[in-house]
Design a protein around this ligand. Structure first.
Ligand code: NDP
Ligand code: MG
Ligand code: MG
Length: 341
């Protein structure tokens, strides 16, 4: 059984006594910075020159500085820029300005696990990773609740890195729900596997194949869209609430029987072998190397794959149908290049 931590296990005054620099003010950065500020922590947001995020942070009343300035004054530096730029920001702006003995906090273990960032031995290296998108982390905190976090210590230079990690987790509201003890290796490998094999990669491909199978057999694309994409949310909500058992309890007996006899025909043992191969490429660093090399070359493969995905025939069908749904706000349905609005 995993080791769990709650608010009573942490001392908020530890993080309240530190100067904290949050580098990046995106999905996670804005949530960490605002939640810490509201927990009485001294926070400065570090951003690059001309950053589009600057105005947003300033409008919230946060202190904003360059990355170098923010790091120079900080006891705790939280690295929440995108994973693929972290090693460059670390090398050029963080490491040269880091105070002796300052602690480093990450929201995901990628750069430490795969050796793209190697902090000097004198620094505590921690991870506090909310298990939810940043906007939920902020919203739940503002409503008096919290999103669960996973917490890890890679390097305990001070001997009190765990106390700091738990204090930080309490500061962002995570221990109102729960903190789960993990390691950088476990977090990184399971996070990448989950998103690749199941949540993002697996589900997207499953939907696209389902849509192609129906439309190629002559069924109307709009009807196919409802059956293989739209209704997915209803099913996932049931699984989220009560596991696969609740989902099977709620659907018709016809659907439940079809689940048992046809699920294993679609997702065969071969799929599990494919998953094991994906996991091996995560564990041996091949996925990380491919991602970072592509990013370094200007992301040609990433850009081409994104364009191909956006051109799949299910996308225009969905765009037109969603205009008819009173419950989807246009701003939720619009797609902005590079990020879901
Ligand atoms: P975002 O893509 O939302 O971060 C964008 C922010 O980083 C912007 O403020 C951007 O500023 C800034 N930034 C970009 N490049 C630089 C740079 N060179 N120097 C300084 N700042 C820069 O990141 P996420 O919040 O998605 O991810 C941050 C970390 O949190 C990652 O490690 C991720 O894996 C982890 N994480 C993310 C989750 C999520 O919900 N998204 C969930 C759990 C963990 P600008 O305006 O200048 O572009
Ligand atoms: Mg991830
Ligand atoms: Mg149906």
């Amino acid at each position: 059984m995993a080791e769990l931590f709650y608010d009573d296990d942490a001392d908020l005054s530890i993080i309240q006594s530190k100067k904290v620099a949050v580098i990046g003010y995106g999905s996670q950065g804005h949530a960490h910075a605002l939640n810490l500020r509201d927990s009485g922590v001294d926070v400065t947001v570090g951003l690059r020159e001309g950053s589009a995020s600057r105005e947003k942070a300033e409008n919230e009343g946060l202190a904003v500085a360059t990355v170098a300035q923010a790091v120079a004054g900080a006891d705790v530096v939280v690295i929440l820029a995108p994973d693929q730029v972290q090693r460059i920001v670390y090398r050029e702006e963080i490491e040269p300005n880091l105070k002796p003995g300052a602690a480093l906090v990450f929201g995901h273990g990628f750069n430490i696990r795969f050796g793209y960032i190697t902090p000097a031995a004198e620094h505590d290296v921690l991870m506090v990773a909310p298990k939810g998108p940043g906007h939920l982390v902020r919203r739940e905190f503002a409503d008096g609740r919290g999103v669960p976090v996973i917490v890890a210590v890679e390097q305990d230079a001070s001997g009190s890195a765990w106390d700091l990690a738990l204090s930080y987790a309490k500061g962002i509201g995570g221990l109102r729900a729960a903190g789960i003890k993990t390691t950088f290796t476990e977090e990184t490998e399971t996070d990448l596997f989950g998103e690749q094999a199941v949540l993002c990669g697996g589900v997207s491909q499953l939907i696209q194949y389902g849509f192609e199978t129906l439309t190629e057999a002559g069924y109307q694309p709009e009807v196919a869209y409802f059956e293989v994409l739209h209704e997915l949310k209803l099913i996932v909500d049931l699984i989220f609430e009560g596991g696969i058992t609740k989902q099977r309890w709620s659907v018709s007996d016809t659907a439940e029987y079809g689940d048992y006899v046809s699920g294993p025909r679609v997702i065969t043992p071969q799929v599990k072998e494919n998953m094991q191969a994906v996991l091996a490429d995560i564990q041996n660093g091949a996925f990380a190397k491919r991602f970072i090399e592509d990013q370094d070359a200007g992301a040609p493969e990433f850009t081409a794959l994104r364009a191909k995905g956006q051109d799949h025939p299910i996308e225009p069908v969905g765009r037109d149908l969603r205009k008819l749904f009173a419950w989807v706000k246009p701003s939720d349905s619009d797609y902005v290049e590079g990020s879901a609005a």
